[in-house]
Ligand binder design. Structure first.
Ligand code: G6P
Length: 370
């Protein structure tokens, strides 16, 4: 097993480090003449034209990738997108039919909850597409089309590189759909952002690994950590909290930052660690300023604020106990950079507590029962 880990202390550490490749391999072959063209979807335009609704269904980490996908597909393909946990989708009477595209996301392609949701969608006449990391798995076989992520085999129970590859695939799918539907006039800026992602993910790994590991070491006795995000930072807050629960057994919750005042702010007491994902002020000065005021609100109540912000964002500095920097990226592309420090944090905290990050208690890599 030591040899399989290639010198890394765990599969999870190895897989976190492999993310630049996972993203690059997922993009490869899917950009042609400055546009996103996914060869597997060649001749399948009918999946995307004439639909009035997209539902993305998944479980666990894949469901947070799905939430990022909602923002991307709505933005580029101009069609309403809902994200549904697979086990909730199936056991009610969802309003779906031939005008619905159901996208499923699964690293393993074998998660029973997700598989049953896909079968159910098909029985109801919906069009189905899966995003999957495992060639020939059951979920892609049950779907009309598949877009594979090329993260390579993921061994650690807690998903990292597969998540990054899922987000990458959803960004590609959003741009592919936008082209097919005629809703993206010029994809060149976004295509350039995509192409730059692997190098930027590598930069986050290189620049923040040590800082975040040290931070986690200081926090080994922490009993609860909160994560706040807005827009595409919101799903990343959820994923940051899930990683911490899964491998370090610390109570963690992710919130949409705007929801703070509607309840969660009552949890803030002196010393409470809170990660805040700050969107770039270049994308929306308004959204940025809202997040900065959220930071001020929790800081005033004694929270220990750890900010993840783009390089050069000076507005957050006066209110942050710690700042983790990510490179500048377009609005849809920040999640792929912001999630990396959160993965490292969860891993380092679990390690500081003496836990085996690859084999968390009570969890399985792939849950093939309902
Ligand atoms: C299990 C794993 C999670 C994973 C989820 C979905 O619960 O422990 O890490 O996110 O299944 O897995 P899938 O293979 O469908 O992406």
């Amino acid at each position: 097993a030591a040899a399989e880990k290639g010198g890394w202390s765990s599969f999870m550490a190895k897989e976190v480090a492999e993310q630049p490749e996972a993203v690059a391999n997922t993009i490869r072959g899917r950009i042609q003449d400055g546009q996103v063209v996914i060869p597997e979807l060649d001749g399948l335009d009918e999946l995307f034209v004439g639909i009035n609704r997209v539902i993305i269904t998944a479980c666990g980490t894949a469901s947070y990738a799905a939430l990022v996908g909602k923002y991307a597909i709505e933005q580029w393909a101009r069609v309403a997108v809902d994200v549904e946990l697979a086990h909730e989708f199936r056991y009610r009477d969802p309003v779906i039919g031939a005008d619905t595209l159901v996208v499923s996301i699964s690293q393993s392609g074998e998660t029973m909850d997700t598989l049953m949701a896909v079968k159910y969608a098909r029985e109801r006449g919906a069009r189905t597409l899966s995003i999957c990391n495992t060639q020939g798995a059951t979920i892609p076989r049950e779907s009309d089309a598949v877009v594979y992520t090329h993260a390579g085999p993921e061994v650690a129970v807690a998903s990292t590189k597969a998540f990054s590859a899922q987000i990458t695939a959803l960004l590609l799918l959003g741009l592919h759909m936008g082209r097919v539907r005629g809703t993206v006039a010029d994809a060149s800026a976004d295509v350039a952002e995509l192409a730059a992602l692997p190098e930027k993910v590598a930069r986050v790994l290189a620049s923040e690994q040590e800082h975040v590991t040290q931070l986690a070491g200081w926090m080994a006795d922490t009993r609860s950590v909160l994560f706040l995000g807005r827009h595409v930072g919101y799903p990343i807050a959820l994923e940051g909290a899930l990683k911490l629960k899964e491998i370090s057994y610390i109570h963690a919750e992710g919130f949409a930052a705007g929801e703070l005042k509607h309840g969660p702010i009552a949890l803030i007491e002196p010393g409470q660690p809170v990660f805040v994902l700050v969107p770039s002020p270049r994308h929306s000065a308004l959204v940025h300023s809202k997040v900065v005021s959220n930071i001020q609100e929790i800081r005033a109540r004694g929270a220990r604020v750890i900010v993840i912000a783009e390089e050069g964002d000076a507005a957050v500095l006066p209110f942050a106990d710690e700042v983790i920097h990510i490179p500048l990226a377009g609005p849809m592309f920040e999640p792929l950079l912001a999630v990396v420090p959160l993965q490292i944090f969860a891993m380092a905290l679990a390690t500081a507590k003496g836990l085996d990050v690859d084999q968390p208690r009570n969890l399985a890599k792939s849950v093939t029962v309902e």
